[in-house]
Design a protein around this ligand. Structure first.
Ligand code: TXA
Ligand code: MG
Length: 316
């Protein structure tokens, strides 16, 4: 159990929050939409701790928060339309999903193994002061336990996450109170991935044409499900203790002859932080089947197993 620090939005409090982020710890912070649960987006273990603290049973890609557009451009490739939106609406309640730059250094757990990243510059003085002081991208989902209501005050955050995170930066209630609008691009066309704090009409007026709304045409699904989660080309066989000769073995814990091991010491935080990276590396070997050790189905293990089951599910 961690003693969660309640920090005021003073230079001292913001400095402390940035220091905790640099140390790989989790800090909840205010934005104009909702409070976010922040961790260093380039540190796999910090990102793994976000899922652990929220008790999320699956890995959704997370939004990376940055201080300004110039910083954002170091992490993703902006099309002309993306630049137009960012220039018009940042800082503000708009998340733009874009192709991640190969040299970005983002944790593959933050992107859930996808080749895209959701980026956002919050319109909140303390949030941007924290992002500037920290100096890097901060991955942050809403700072609530999985399945609970998004928090719009520091007290809401404390009610759910006290004892599970290092600190909460308190700067009063959020002005908007609903999450950001998320826009992505489908074959170059802007698409609405999640309605939110920025009205769709404003986005359409800026682009001069309607947004695609992929979710209304098909069975509604959770945001982020549209660009399907990363699936390896290889087949995946689970709960394997004795891999066959023609399989490549992804181990966990004290196992022999693994091509890669998610965590030789059996640490689920480490395993989560390595998962997508390991799948990518093994998939790139061009084998037909990746065999995976059993993973305990507790804590972060539930999210790891959820992801592995999807990877192992029959393909269309
Ligand atoms: O207002 C907000 O957006 C708040 C504050 C803290 O900034 N954050 C937030 O994060 O709502 P979260 O994790 O609760 O929602 C992020 C959504 C997820 O549903 C995820 O699926 C989607 O964004 N998303 C993130 N990256 C994506 C990507 N590369 N492709 C598709 N969807 C993505
Ligand atoms: Mg949320």
């Amino acid at each position: 159990m961690t003693q969660t620090e309640l920090l005021s939005a003073s230079p001292k409090g913001i400095g402390r929050a940035a220091e905790l982020l640099r140390d790989g710890q989790l800090v909840a912070f205010p934005t104009e939409t909702v409070y976010g649960l922040g961790g260093d987006a380039c540190a796999g273990r910090a990102v793994a701790r976000i899922y652990e603290a929220k008790g999320r049973p699956s890995f959704n890609p997370l939004i990376a928060h940055v201080a300004d557009l110039a910083t954002a451009r170091a992490f993703a490739d902006f099309s002309d339309d993306a630049l137009r939106l960012a220039t018009a609406f940042w800082p503000g309640p708009l998340t733009i999903v874009l192709p991640v730059r190969a040299d970005a250094g983002l944790s593959t757990l933050a992107t859930a193994g996808l080749t895209t990243i959701g980026l956002r510059v919050p319109d909140h003085e303390s949030a941007r002061a924290l992002l500037t002081a920290f100096g890097g991208p901060v991955a942050a989902p809403s700072a609530n336990l999985s399945g609970r209501i998004s928090p719009t005050t520091a007290a809401h955050v404390m009610a759910g996450l006290s004892g599970k995170i290092a600190a909460v930066l308190d700067d009063g209630p959020c002005s908007i109170g609903v999450e950001s609008t998320i826009v992505g691009f489908e074959l170059g066309e802007a698409a609405l991935l999640r309605p939110g704090g920025l009205p769709v009409e404003a986005i359409e007026a800026c682009l001069g044409r309607p947004l695609l709304t992929p979710h209304t045409s098909e069975t509604p699904s959770a945001p982020g499900q549209l660009q399907s989660h990363y699936a390896p080309k290889a087949a995946v066989r689970l709960n394997v203790t004795d891999p066959r000769d023609d399989e490549i073995f992804l181990g966990f814990g004290a196992v022999e002859c693994a091509a890669l091991n998610l965590s030789p010491s059996g640490d689920l935080v480490e395993a989560a932080s390595e998962l997508f990276n390991a799948l990518h590396i093994l998939d790139d070997q061009g084998v037909e089947t990746i065999a995976v050790s059993p993973i305990p189905d507790t804590g972060l293990g539930r999210a790891i197993n959820d992801r592995l089951r999807r990877a192992a599910a029959p393909r269309n």
